[in-house]
Write a protein that binds this ligand. Structure first.
Ligand SMILES: Cc1cc2nc3c(=O)[nH]c(=O)nc-3n(C[C@H](O)[C@H](O)[C@H](O)COP(=O)(O)OP(=O)(O)OC[C@H]3O[C@@H](n4cnc5c(N)ncnc54)[C@H](O)[C@@H]3O)c2cc1C
Length: 423
C-alpha cells in the first residue's frame, strides 16, 4: 500500500517533494492557498546541486526555456570593466551538473507538468487550489481555513517563509533578524535593451551566458550591487539588486539600489528602467537554523525549514534537495508506522548541511571569522574545520575592494563545491 502524503504549498519546494514522492510510489495531494498554481516573480539561478535533483526527476530545462550560465563576471559598476571572473563552464565536470538560469514561472510550470501528467512514474498528484491550511496535528491531520479536515500518513509543510506549520514542529524558532539589507528585482525585454545602443554595448561586454555582477565600488564596505542574467531563451533580462535598507516611508522606488551614484551612463539607464518597470523591493531577514525539522508525521522543507539570504542562490535549490531527499528516503516503505523513523533520517542527512548553507548565505566582508565559528557548529563531523578551510579563500583577499568584488562569487563556488547532492 502506498503512503498517503499531504503537501502544504505548491511552491518550488512543495512541487519538488510532490514529484519525488509520486515517483517513489506514493499517493500525493497538494493543498495550495492561492487560486492559481503559478509562481510569480523573476528568474533564479539553479546551481548544480539543484540541477542534479531536477535531472533525476526528469525535469526538462529546454521546456523551461532555461539558459546555461558559463561565467560569473564581476564588473565595476562605474567603468563596467571586468574586475574578476569565475569560469563555471565546466560545472558539469566539476560539480556533476550545469548551472542554469530559469524564470520562476517556467520552472514552476515544468514541475507542475511532472507532478500532474498522466503516465510517467507513479500516480498523478492531486492539486487543490484556494485551500489554505490553518493548522495541523502531528498525528497527520490538517485543518483548512474553511474548517475541513484531511488526514495522511505524512504531512510535508512546504508553505514558505511565513509558514503556518513551522511553530507546530519547531516551537524554539526565534523571530527573524533584520539584516539591514534589501533586495529588488525587475525584468527587461531583451529587445528593449538592445534598442538602446549603450545598454546593448553593456550586454555585449557582460556576455549572454554570463552572470554579471555590477558592483558599486564607491564604498566597498557597503553591500551594493546588481546581479544580471538572462532567461527565457535569451528573450528576457533579469536583474536583482542588493543594497542597504533605507528608511523611506514606504517609497520602494527610492529604496532601490542607488545606481545614480554611479558615473557610468548604462548603470544609470538600468536604474531608470528599474524605476519605470514593476520592480519589487523588500527587506531581507536572517534566520537561525531550526533545531527540529519534523514532529512525528509532519516535516518542514524549503523556506519553512531554512529561510536564507539570496546571495548564494541556494534557497530554492535547497528546497529541491529537500524534495529529492524525501523521495529517496521514502522509497520501499508501505508501513505508515515507519514514517517518524524515516523523518528522523531525513533530518539527520539534511539539517547540518542546510544549516551551513544558511549561515554561509550571510558571509560578510571582514566578518568571515564570525561566520566560520557558526559554520563549525554544524560541521560533519562536529567541530571539524572543513568549512573553515573553504572560507579561508575569502580571507586571502586583504585588499578591501578586491575582497568585496570576490566574496560573492567565491562563496557561491564554495557552496557548490562543498555540498554534494544526496541522490
Ligand atoms: C531576491 C531573491 C532572489 C533569489 N534567487 C534565488 C536563486 O537564484 N536561486 C535559488 O535557489 N533561490 C533563490 N532565492 C530563494 C528562493 O526564492 C526561495 O528559497 C524559494 O522560493 C523557497 O521555496 P518554497 O517552496 O520553500 O517556498 P515558497 O516559494 O514561498 O512557496 C510556498 C507556497 O506555499 C503556499 N502557502 C503558504 N502558506 C500556505 C498555507 N497556509 N496553506 C497552503 N498553502 C500555503 C504559498 O502560496 C506558496 O505557493 C531568491 C530569493 C530572493 C528573495
Amino acid at each position: 500500500m502506498p503512503l498517503k502524503v499531504i503537501v502544504v504549498g505548491a511552491g518550488i519546494g512543495g512541487l519538488s517533494a510532490a514529484v519525488a514522492l509520486r515517483q517513489a510510489g506514493h499517493e500525493v495531494e497538494i493543498f495550495e492557498k492561492s487560486a492559481f498554481a503559478a509562481e510569480v516573480g523573476a528568474a533564479l539561478m539553479v546551481c548544480p546541486n539543484g540541477t542534479r535533483v531536477l535531472n533525476k526527476l526528469g525535469f526538462s530545462f529546454s521546456n523551461a526555456r532555461a539558459i546555461i550560465l558559463k561565467r560569473i563576471n564581476m564588473m565595476d559598476g562605474q567603468t563596467l570593466g571586468t574586475t574578476a571572473a569565475v569560469d563555471v563552464s565546466r560545472a558539469e565536470e566539476t560539480f556533476g551538473a550545469k548551472l542554469w538560469a530559469v524564470h520562476r514561472v517556467d520552472l514552476h510550470k515544468e514541475l507542475l507538468r511532472l507532478a500532474l501528467e498522466e503516465g510517467g512514474m507513479g500516480q498523478p498528484v492531486k492539486l487543490r487550489l484556494s485551500s489554505e491550511v490553518a493548522t495541523a496535528e502531528m498525528d497527520g491531520t490538517i485543518v483548512l481555513k474553511d474548517g475541513s479536515v484531511h488526514t495522511a500518513d505524512l504531512i510535508v509543510a512546504a508553505d514558505g517563509l511565513k509558514s503556518a506549520l513551522q511553530s507546530i514542529v519547531s516551537k524554539e524558532a526565534g523571530p527573524p533578524r533584520a539584516t539591514g539589507l534589501s533586495a529588488f528585482r525587475f525584468l527587461l525585454d531583451t529587445k528593449v535593451l538592445k534598442a538602446d545602443l549603450k545598454l546593448a554595448a553593456t550586454l555585449d561586454r557582460k556576455g549572454s551566458s554570463d552572470v554579471g555582477s555590477l558592483q558599486d565600488t564607491h564604498d566597498p564596505t557597503k553591500v551594493r550591487y546588481i546581479v544580471w542574467y538572462e532567461c527565457r531563451d535569451g528573450q528576457t533580462q533579469n536583474f536583482v539588486g542588493i543594497h542597504p535598507t533605507r528608511d523611506v516611508n514606504g517609497d520602494n522606488q527610492e529604496g532601490k539600489l542607488r545606481c545614480d551614484r554611479w558615473s557610468n551612463p548604462p548603470a544609470n539607464l538600468l536604474y531608470e528602467h528599474s524605476r519605470s518597470t514593476a520592480a519589487k523591493c523588500w527587506p531581507l531577514f536572517m534566520h537561525a537554523p531550526l533545531p527540529h525539522w519534523y514532529k512525528y508525521r509532519i516535516v518542514l522543507i524549503g523556506d519553512s525549514a531554512h529561510p536564507m539570504l539570496p546571495f548564494n542562490a541556494q534557497g530554492a535549490v535547497s528546497a529541491m534537495e529537500d524534495g529529492g531527499a524525501l523521495g529517496y528516503l521514502f522509497q520501499n516503505i508501505e508501513d505508515a508506522k515507519l514514517v517518524p523513523e524515516r523523518l528522523e533520517l531525513f533530518q539527520r542527512v539534511r539539517a547540518d548541511r542546510v544549516a551551513r548553507v544558511q549561515i554561509l548565505s550571510n558571509v560578510k566582508l571582514g566578518r568571515e571569522k564570525q561566520v566560520e565559528e557558526q559554520v563549525r557548529r554544524y560541521a560533519e563531523p562536529r567541530g571539524s574545520s572543513k568549512s573553515g578551510v573553504l572560507l579561508a579563500g575569502a580571507h586571502k583577499h586583504s585588499d578591501t575592494k578586491q575582497a568585496c568584488q570576490r566574496t560573492w562569487s567565491s562563496t557561491l563556488l564554495m557552496i557548490m563545491g562543498e555540498f554534494e547532492c544526496l541522490i
